[in-house]
Every structure is written in structure tokens, then in C-alpha cells.
Ligand binder design. Structure first.
Ligand code: UDP
Length: 240
């Protein structure tokens, strides 16, 4: 592929055919703990690419603007080029992971309301948590943007909760990234088993990257099961 631009932990970015697009290629690399744990898993890239594609199409059909333009092969998409807002938004419905550790709440504890948390996108600094006043003070975003991001994140949460519930999955938490294109803010990056915690409603079985983080078995089994459940609902009408 022409025009290599940047290699991230799980994706490689190339220049697109026009000035306002990029090509994003999913890698087979799984990483955790800010890259400290890393493994190559054949097939992981295409599973996540397909999963994220289905989810982004679903969100976009429900009024969410995303960077997705078109899938070009098993692992590559043409996307709109956006100026990434360097803040990760973490949405939580159920306590787990760092939230449980930090606040001494058992994993699985249902939260009374949705928790929104922000971290600065910086590998060198280890993605530190940042609050909205610090985001404003550092000039990373504006009040107007933050208001929009919060509203959009909550809307995406409601849409995803409903989607996952339909396929017997509880949406515990997930991470979002947004970018600016002219006057618009669009959903960027990916939503997949790499960026969500997803538990089977009946059994509590994990279908996400915690399988890899915590050595709970073959991570791709979980990713495959998630994708097949999605394919059997929203994937059916879908044409690539
Ligand atoms: N997450 C992510 N990328 C990150 C940090 C978190 O995709 O750099 C996702 C993670 O998969 C989980 C949610 O955000 O679904 C909350 O993660 P948490 O803060 O609990 O972090 P962890 O326990 O993974 O360190």
C-alpha cells in the first residue's frame, strides 16, 4: 500500500487517494498494559476490522457521524481524515478494570449512573487520567466540544447497550476517540473487543481483550464469538 504515514500498536495508517482520506489497516498485534504485553495473533486484525465495521455502520444508521467511508479488503478501510482530539473517553456501565482497582469496587458492581472518564492520549505518559477542567486549561478542547463529546458518548452508549443486549452481551465499559473535520466532530478509531469489556449475560463469560490481559484462554475464541453473534443480527442485511 502506498503512502505509509504512521504505525500504531494495533493499526497502520496510510495516505488515502484524496487529501481528505486515510487508509487504516488493522494489525494482528494484541497489546495490553500500555504495550508491555504484546502478542501476534493471526486473524485478529480481520476479526476486529469486521466487528468495528458492523458496529460503525450500525451507529451511523442511528445518526452517529463516523470516520468510516468504505472497507477495501479484509483488514483495511478508507476513512475520513480527521484531526484526532488527544483524549480517550471511557464510558462505564459496570465497575471493572482500573475503575474497580482505583475505587475499591468489586468487578461486576452495577453503577447507579453512567461514568464518563477521560485520559490524555500519550504513550510516553501512559495515558494519564485527565478531568474536563484540565482539558480546558491545557487548550486540548473547548467547552462546546466537550459538551458535544459527552452527549455523543452517552448516545453511543445507549445504542451499543441495546445492540449488545440483543445478542446476549452486557456492555461493561468501552473507549471512544473522536476527531475534528472542518466544523464537525466525528467518531474515529475503532469499537471492537479490543476496546470494550463485553460479558455474556447468562454466564458472565468474557468476550473481550481481558481474555488476553488475564490469560483466560484463547482470546480469538471470544473475538470470533462476538463477531458471529453480531453477524447473525446486524450483519445479515449488510453488504461490504
Ligand atoms: N481501553 C482501551 N484503550 C485504552 C484504555 C482502555 O480500549 O488505552 C478500554 C478497555 O478495553 C476497557 C475500558 O476502556 O474496555 C476501560 O479500561 P480501564 O480503564 O478499566 O483500563 P484497564 O483496566 O484495561 O487498564
Amino acid at each position: 500500500m502506498k503512502g505509509f504515514l504512521y504505525e500504531g500498536k494495533s493499526k497502520t495508517i496510510y495516505a488515502g487517494d484524496s487529501f481528505d482520506t486515510l487508509v487504516i489497516k488493522y494489525k494482528n498485534t494484541l497489546t495490553a498494559f500500555n504495550g508491555e504485553k504484546s502478542e501476534e495473533k493471526e486473524g485478529k486484525g480481520s476479526l476486529n476490522a469486521r466487528t468495528s465495521h458492523l458496529i460503525y455502520n450500525y451507529l451511523s444508521s442511528h445518526g452517529i457521524n463516523t470516520h468510516l467511508v468504505k472497507q477495501i479488503d479484509e483488514v483495511s478501510f478508507i476513512c475520513r481524515k480527521a484531526e484526532i482530539i488527544p483524549v480517550e473517553i471511557i464510558v462505564r456501565n459496570v465497575a471493572a478494570g482500573s475503575f474497580s482497582k482505583k475505587y475499591g469496587v468489586e468487578e461486576g458492581h452495577s453503577l447507579k449512573s453512567v461514568s464518563l472518564e477521560y485520559s490524555l492520549k500519550s504513550d510516553e505518559l501512559g495515558d494519564p487520567m485527565i478531568n474536563t477542567s484540565q482539558i480546558l486549561a491545557l487548550g486540548i478542547s473547548t467547552e462546546k466540544e466537550l459538551k458535544f463529546l459527552e452527549k455523543e458518548a452517552l448516545k453511543i452508549n445507549e445504542l451499543l447497550k441495546a445492540l449488545f443486549l440483543k445478542i446476549g452481551i452486557k456492555l461493561v465499559d468501552f473507549k471512544l476517540e473522536f476527531g475534528r473535520v472542518n466544523d464537525e466532530i466525528i467518531l474515529c478509531d475503532e469499537i471492537s473487543a479490543d476496546s470494550c469489556r463485553l460479558w455474556d449475560v447468562e454466564t458472565g463469560k468474557k468476550l473481550d481483550k481481558d481474555i488476553f490481559r488475564r490469560d483466560l484462554g484463547d482470546v480469538l475464541d471470544g473475538y470470533r464469538e462476538l463477531l458471529s453473534r453480531l453477524e447473525n443480527t446486524i450483519g445479515k442485511e449488510e453488504k461490504l
